[in-house]
Design a protein around this ligand. Structure first.
Ligand SMILES: [Fe+2]
Length: 267
């Protein structure tokens, strides 16, 4: 595959009912003029999905009407509901990357947010891959990584899976780096030091500021992201208890490797 270059992004694009304004250069766009619900028409849903695949995370302001049921109904327009799963506290991650099939999309609604602080930051894992020099892309294409939730499982049985470091997106065909806080080791390496060094090398590419967008939450805000093309983390600069967000996840697929194999669960 050739190195992918995104189309130049125009400041505001309008397609039917959906108006999309990029928030940052490589990831994130705000959508105006859409009232989220389970009642959106098929054309609007298709436009939102297209914008989501392109911008990786979409932000909606002023969705005060939305409650948990309405949020779930909207999420069902994107796919089958999936169990919401715990996140590593404050660390960069892709949701539930330790699962055989990590969620495809996530919908996060501000219920109670601090006046300032507690932002969420997302990173574009496709841009991170595309930015790699060819020698590192070729190495990344071959590597597999063990993901585990042992740090968040709270004494229960840890869930584990082996996934390709580079996953081919099922809808766009883009290649994305799959790492984050649940990534434990590179499969086949005999020393922990080698494993850590390689994971750090690629993870640092993901979280470069140029690949990120930071969102300052206000009441009524909703963020929707493609968990197959992003990582995210919260910024821990707010008082305990001052921030409540409601998450709804949508099922995804077992990550597809460049060579056609898929991620597998481990016992
Ligand atoms: Fe998360």
């Amino acid at each position: 595959m050739t190195h992918q270059v995104l189309d130049p992004v125009t400041p505001v694009t309008r397609a039917g009912a959906v108006e999309v304004s990029p928030v940052a250069g490589r990831i994130g766009a705000e959508v105006c003029s859409v009232r989220l619900s389970g009642e959106l028409d098929g054309r609007t849903v298709a436009e939102l999905r297209r914008a989501l695949l392109r911008h990786k995370v979409l932000f909606f302001r002023g969705q005060y009407h939305l409650d948990a049921a309405g949020q779930a109904a909207f999420a069902r327009l994107l796919g089958t509901p999936a169990a919401a799963l715990p996140a590593p506290d404050g660390a960069w991650h892709a949701d539930a990357s330790y699962a055989e099939r990590p969620p495809g999309f996530a919908v996060l609604r501000a219920v109670e947010v601090p006046a300032y602080g507690g932002d969420t930051v997302w990173a574009n894992t496709v841009a991170a891959y595309d930015d790699l020099p060819v020698e590192l892309r070729e190495l990344a294409d071959r590597l597999w990584v063990l993901h585990s939730d042992e740090l968040t499982a709270g004494g229960g049985d840890a869930a584990r899976a082996e996934h390709p470091l580079v996953r081919v997106h099922p809808e766009t065909g883009e290649r994305a780096l799959l790492l984050g806080g649940f990534a434990r080791s590179v499969v086949g390496l005999s020393t922990e030091a080698d494993s850590e060094a390689l994971i750090r090398l690629f993870q640092e590419r993901v979280t470069r500021l140029e690949n990120t967008v930071r969102w300052r939450w206000a009441p009524g805000d909703v963020a929707v992201w493609d968990n197959r093309a992003t990582q995210h983390r919260v910024v821990h600069d707010f008082p305990a208890g001052a921030r409540r967000l409601h998450l709804t996840a949508v099922e995804g697929e077992a990550p597809l490797a460049v060579d056609g194999r898929r991620g597998v669960p481990l016992p």
